[in-house]
Each structure stands twice: as C-alpha cells, then as structure tokens.
Design a protein around this ligand. Sequence first.
Ligand SMILES: NC(=O)c1ccc[n+]([C@@H]2O[C@H](COP(=O)([O-])OP(=O)(O)OC[C@H]3O[C@@H](n4cnc5c(N)ncnc54)[C@H](OP(=O)(O)O)[C@@H]3O)[C@@H](O)[C@H]2O)c1
Length: 329
Amino acid sequence: MAALTRLSLVFSAAPPPSSQRHNCGCVALSISIPLARKLPDSSTLSSRCSSSFSVPSQFRNNKGFRRARVVSASTAGLPPSTVLVTGAGGRTGQIVYRKLKERSDQFVARGLVRTEESKEKIGAADDVFVGDIRDAASVIPVIQGIDALIILTSAVPKMKPGLDPSKGERPEFYFEDGAYPEQVDWIGQKNQIDAAKAAEVKQIVLVGSMGGTNPNNPLNSIGNGNILVWKRKAEQYLADSGIPYTIIRAGGLQDKEGGIRELLIGKDDELLQTETRTIARADVAEVCIQALHYEEAKFKAFDLSSKPEGTGTPTKDFKALFPQITTRF
Ligand SMILES: NC(=O)c1ccc[n+]([C@@H]2O[C@H](COP(=O)([O-])OP(=O)(O)OC[C@H]3O[C@@H](n4cnc5c(N)ncnc54)[C@H](OP(=O)(O)O)[C@@H]3O)[C@@H](O)[C@H]2O)c1
C-alpha cells in the first residue's frame, strides 16, 4: 500500500480584493496524498511549535520570567480537570494533546485516535484510546469521567493517485467509502456530543472551519463531500445541545510556531474578505485550551485567524480575547 501523508489544500473562498493577493482563500483542508516516500510527519512539525506566554508570579524563577508555561488565573489552585481531545493524532489534535500533558498541574489529558498507528505517533501512553467516532459505542467509554471535550476530528479527502503535474493534470480528490464528511463531520461529531451530554461533560470545544456561510464554497465540491455543510450541521447540533460550547471556525491552518502573532476574532466569514485568513495550528490549539479557562468563551462561536508575524501585537491575554466574541453561532 502506498504511503500516505497530509498536505494542506488551499482554495479560494472569496474573490481576492486586490491584485496583490496570491494566497487567496484562507480556508483549506487537509488531504491525504499517496507518496513514494513519506514527508516529515506532523509530529516533527508540531514539535517545533512552542508557546511563549507570560506567567503569573508564582511560576517565575529568580532568573526572570519563564516562557514555557501558560497558567490561567481563573483555574489556579483548582484540581486538574480531565480533558479529552479527539483526533489526537491529527496535526492540531496532537498539539492540543501535548499542551495538555505539559500542563499536568491543570489538566489530566486523554486522547482518542482512530488507529494504533496514530497512538504510536503521539507516544502510545495509556491515556490514549483507540476508537472510531462513527461508532457511538466506541466513543462512550472514553468520554466517561471527563470534564471537557475538545473535538478535532475531521474527514480527510484523499488525492487520486497517478497525477502527473508535468502534464498539467489537475488533482482529483475523493473520500473513502464510509469516511465522507456526512459520516465523520456529522455522525461522528454528533456521537461525541451525545455521549458528552449523557456523561454531563461541562464544556465542548469544537474546531470547525471558516467558509460555512456559503453553500457554494469550493471546499464543498471536493469529493462531492459537502464538508462545510456537514461541519456546520454538527456545530448547530452542539449549539442546540445545552452543553456549554466554544466553536472555533479556523482560517487556513499552517504548521508554524504559535504564540507570536496577534489573533483575530471574526464572524460570518467576514475575515475571508480580508488579507488575514490564516492561522497557525499551534495558535488554534492554544485557543482550544484557553477556552476551557474562561466563562467568556462559553456559548460562543467565532472565526479565528491571525495577523502576519511581525505585524500587530502577539496575543497573550486570553481573558481579553474571549469577550471580543459577540456571536453565539
Ligand atoms: N486544513 C485547513 O487548512 C483547515 C482550515 C480550517 C479548519 N480546518 C479544520 O480544523 C480541524 C483540524 O484540522 P487538522 O488539519 O489539524 O486535522 P487533521 O490533521 O486532518 O486531523 C483530523 C483527525 O481526525 C481523525 N479522524 C478522522 N476520522 C476519524 C474517525 N472516524 N474516528 C476517529 N478519528 C478520526 C483523523 O485520524 P487519522 O489520522 O487516524 O485518520 C485525524 O487525526 C479539522 O476539523 C479541519 O477540518 C482545517
């Protein structure tokens, strides 16, 4: 079987406002592409990502300010909460999982991955469970006893093999049978939400995608999957569930260092009309975790991107970030 690796596919979701735009359309999707040799995997990429946030005085040492640890004043002194991240073998999911493990004073981390291979990739610890979100029965046990759930599962389109770029051939994509967005992004997310509700989970953070306000968004035509439609349906289901939720609709995801850019909050895909439509996976991961700390992040849905590195002021103060969100859906 050919080795598969993930690349990001970027599509134009809105007409470029200026002729200088060359990376237009900040919504992108992961795809699996058959390769003869595997590219450096996402764990290599994410291990380069690091957070650099200021810390409260109790974590400073006498040599100055430490940059490694992010502690929220709102949870200091509380017992650690148990947090499950699903899609923990994915590129954003594994960053979230690693960050949760690093903050063991605040969190007891749990991960759900689809395969033993993914479990190995993230260290194969006992707190990583193997299960398939399309199968409600395999989701229920891992959700028992958790305080919060971070959903980072997603259908992933694959590129048909045999493409010859030298002939100018355009790539074609497909979803495997049973792994269409309807099954993964709708049924799979719904299974998680239902199980979380039954287990009285206190908060769900769901990472979705910008572009969902336009049914004709080009991402919907990939593999006839209507991926943004099904993602949106799951978001609506979560918002209607009664469980405190935070829905993060990310812009185009990039494997870049986190913590060094100013984050931008948006609504209704308005950020797609601007030049700032991308965000580092590490920043999305950090926002997922910070959302667990602040009441202001609950019952909110928002678009998320960032300014380019070197412009603006890197976001450090999440307590100030979440009140900027004005939208419940
Ligand atoms: N790519 C972008 O530019 C972009 C832009 C905006 C939003 N987003 C969204 O942001 C989120 C994170 O993206 P990402 O690129 O970091 O994710 P990713 O690497 O594609 O990870 C998706 C994860 O979902 C898991 N998964 C798929 N089907 C599953 C199933 N049936 N049961 C259990 N797990 C399953 C996959 O497991 P396996 O590894 O085992 O297959 C994979 O680990 C996704 O919702 C994505 O759609 C992406």
